[in-house]
Design a binder for this molecule. Structure first.
Ligand SMILES: Cc1cc2nc3c(=O)[nH]c(=O)nc-3n(C[C@H](O)[C@H](O)[C@H](O)COP(=O)(O)OP(=O)(O)OC[C@H]3O[C@@H](n4cnc5c(N)ncnc54)[C@H](O)[C@@H]3O)c2cc1C
Length: 661
């Protein structure tokens, strides 16, 4: 145990315990009965409605204005509720969703290439290595059809074929072309659609935007989520906000690794503070390392850049057969190249899922066959595609991605193969939610990347946008009203003592951060934490490595609380304080991730335990012992988290060893 002094002088013991206790809590996922095709329809029919005249009497807080949050806030506003939408950004258009490049899946089957709702469902369950909830995944596949209709109606400029029909392309882990896209800017275009819908409601007076407000606590009254506490990032003011329901759509936590493809500001504070208030956190160790990112070029770098998976439609991945090769790629003859994905996985080739592609890239680099300055890279080569399709076609499809690549590396990928390497990208873990997307705190819902729900142990490409928009436009607008209609909600305002208690806790925490007055910046702690996580809880995880991380993280956290330096005060714009607040949460979450990874001694999807692999080096699941969602409960500072298990059953997609050969 380590101890950190709070400003009041009491001792807050920080969590360091490795072991986990299993407690028998019945996690009711509220999965509707009936056949999988009927569950969502039945559920919607059974849900209670709120009379339009009564909706304006209810207020809903939505935290987050990315795709999931903006879609939910706009739709609930349109229904007539009073929605308060919070974001630490100064506009929804800056949400990390804007960065999404490649596309969004939907089982429209416009190409008539064998796609169907059932196939999208099956691909997703299999792609997630059988660690997702079947009922949620099926619903996601069903709703995917409506998402495209919704976005087209909004005017999202999806790419079209010459004849005017919507175009699609392939993403990893599937053999159909179901990915709709807007060049390499799909997230941006979808977010503009959601933003327009949101602005319409702002103009209509149903949605009030609260910009530059950082959620720092969730407030519970009588066991229900009834509000939040925020810090104004410009003035430093700590403010309380009450409502009938709180929805968190606050994105993912890949930045626990410090270097990731996420926006620099993406963080875990909202879900972690909710976790500290009682919301279980599910599968925190399930993180996705994306295979096609621009390799790290210097140790001072603070950000990694994604090259969309769509590039694997036409780019061919290879490394030299010879270790320590120094020749330029153009001088290496065909027979001395190893197109290792095409060779090892002839059925899926370069379009194997991300976890498989990433692990293989690491393997060939570890063998000493990596390319580029640090040997941490593999080639993604477009020479064949350019010869086959012509330069202009390749430019039309991927031009902006090639431009990004050139701006960062100074290399022209039309003439020299791109160099790529895996990087942290997406977190499948998140707040545990039931079928209604409600967390274990009644009245606290979570959507988009902030929840754990639909992707299991590995997310297939182009499925995050689909899930965020399914949650925001279609699921939450049904389930949140059902909660309101079926719950007797007493009036609560910010004068309630629960808000005062939370505000005091928050203020004390900020004062403590400033009072440390040590020598190291928040960034330096974050960078060190990231490297511990990347080395020990990244692409490969071992018992010894995880134990090492679990020894180092508490020590780093102790140093953080004793040697942190923040310049400036709390009642002003202070980015160092913002960062320190976030890093303090990453330091706690990281430990839970390692505990979760240590506990799950099987390999599945992106969670690769080196002790559990097939003879061919693929992830080896242990269904007899690990066919469950691990949902962790915060037991208080200094106490071991408790593990609760939601058993997973597979009625429609029988359990099988994943194979992409
Ligand atoms: C480079 C890149 C490319 C990608 N490309 C694709 C793709 O092609 N297809 C695909 O399906 N997926 C893609 N993804 C994944 C996808 O973009 C994300 O999973 C998705 O956009 C997340 O949306 P969200 O609404 O859940 O969260 P975000 O877009 O991250 O939004 C979070 C919101 O919450 C707010 N917020 C967070 N914390 C707080 C707080 N404490 N207080 C107040 N506000 C807060 C933020 O201000 C923001 O408005 C990509 C991801 C990356 C990194």
């Amino acid at each position: 145990m380590i101890e950190a002094k709070t400003p009041s002088g009491s001792i807050e013991r920080q969590l360091v315990t490795v072991s986990s206790e299993t407690t028998p809590l019945d996690l009711d996922a509220r999965i509707p009965l009936g056949s999988i095709e009927q569950k969502w329809d039945e559920c919607r029919f059974e849900m209670k409605l709120v009379n339009p005249a009564n909706r304006r009497k209810h207020s809903i807080i939505v935290v987050g204005a990315g795709l999931a949050g903006a879609a939910a806030a706009a739709t609930l506003g349109q229904q007539g509720y009073h929605v308060h939408c919070f974001s630490y950004h100064d506009t929804p258009r800056r949400a990390h969703s804007i960065a999404a490049q490649g596309g969004i899946n939907a089982a429209k089957n416009y190409r008539n290439d064998g796609d169907s709702i059932f196939r999208l469902f099956k691909d997703t369950v299999k792609g997630g290595d059988f660690r997702a909830r079947e009922a949620n995944v099926y619903r996601l596949a069903q709703i995917s059809l409506s998402i495209i209709d919704q976005c087209v109606a909004q005017g999202v400029p999806f790419a079209r074929e010459y004849g005017g029909l919507l175009d699609t392309r392939s993403f990893g882990g599937v053999q159909v072309q179901r990915t709709f896209y807007a060049r390499g800017q799909t997230g941006q275009q979808l977010l503009l659609g959601a933003y327009q819908a949101l602005e319409e409601q702002v103009a209509a007076g149903t949605v009030t935007m609260h910009f530059r407000k950082d959620l720092v606590d969730v407030v519970l009254v009588d066991g229900r989520a009834r509000g939040i506490v925020t810090r104004d990032l410009v003035t430093g003011e700590i403010e309380c906000h009450a409502a009938d329901v709180v929805v968190l759509a606050t994105g993912g936590y890949s930045n626990v690794f410090y270097l990731s493809t996420n926006a620099k500001a993406s963080n875990c504070t909202a879900i972690w503070r909710a976790h500290r208030r009682g919301a279980l956190l599910a599968n925190p160790c399930f993180t996705q390392i994306h295979p096609t990112c621009i390799p790290l070029s210097s140790e001072h770098q603070s950000k990694l850049t994604l090259m969309s998976e769509s590039l694997r439609n036409d780019g061919r991945v290879w490394v030299p057969k010879k270790k320590g090769e120094t020749r330029a790629p153009k001088d290496i003859p065909e027979n001395q190249r190893d197109y290792y994905l095409e060779n090892r996985y002839p059925s899926f080739g370069n379009l194997v899922p991300r976890d498989v592609a990433s692990r293989n890239a690491k393997e060939v680099c570890d063998e000493g066959r990596g390319v580029g300055p640090h040997g941490q890279g593999v080639y993604l080569d477009f020479a064949d595609a350019i010869q086959r399709l012509g330069l202009e076609t390749v430019r039309d499809k991927y031009g902006n991605l090639f431009d990004i690549y050139e701006r960062i590396t100074g290399e022209d990928a039309y003439t020299v193969p791109m160099r790529i390497y895996p990087a942290p990208h997406y977190t499948m873990g998140g707040l545990w939610v039931d079928y209604h997307l409600m967390s274990t705190i009644p009245g606290l819902f979570a959507g988009g990347e902030a929840n754990f729900s639909d992707h299991g142990a590995n997310r297939l490409g182009a499925s995050a946008l689909m899930q965020g928009l399914a949650d925001g436009y279609f699921v939450l607008p049904c389930t949140v009203p059902d909660y309101i209609a079926s719950t007797g909600l007493d009036p609560v305002d910010v004068s309630h003592s629960a808000f005062a208690e939370s505000k005091t806790w928050v203020k004390n925490r900020f004062k403590t951060l400033i009072a440390v007055n040590g020598k190291r910046s928040p960034d330096s702690f974050h960078r060190e934490l990231g490297s511990i996580m990347w080395d020990n809880c990244g692409m490969a995880r071992s018992d010894a490595g995880l134990r090492k991380a679990l020894a180092r993280i508490p020590a780093l956290r102790e140093e953080f609380w004793n040697n942190l330096r923040i310049v400036g005060g709390e009642d002003e714009l202070n980015q160092a304080l913002e960062k320190a607040n976030r890093v303090s949460d990453f330091l706690e979450l990281a430990e839970l991730m390692c505990i979760d990874a240590l506990d799950r001694t099987e390999s599945c999807g992106g969670h690769f335990r080196v002790e559990s692999q097939t003879e061919e080096g693929e992830a080896k699941r242990d269904d007899a012992n690990f066919s469950y969602t691990a949902a962790w409960e915060w037991k208080g500072p200094g106490k071991a988290p408790a593990l609760h298990k939601e058993p997973l059953t597979f009625e429609y997609v029988p359990l099988s060893q994943r194979s992409y050969k």
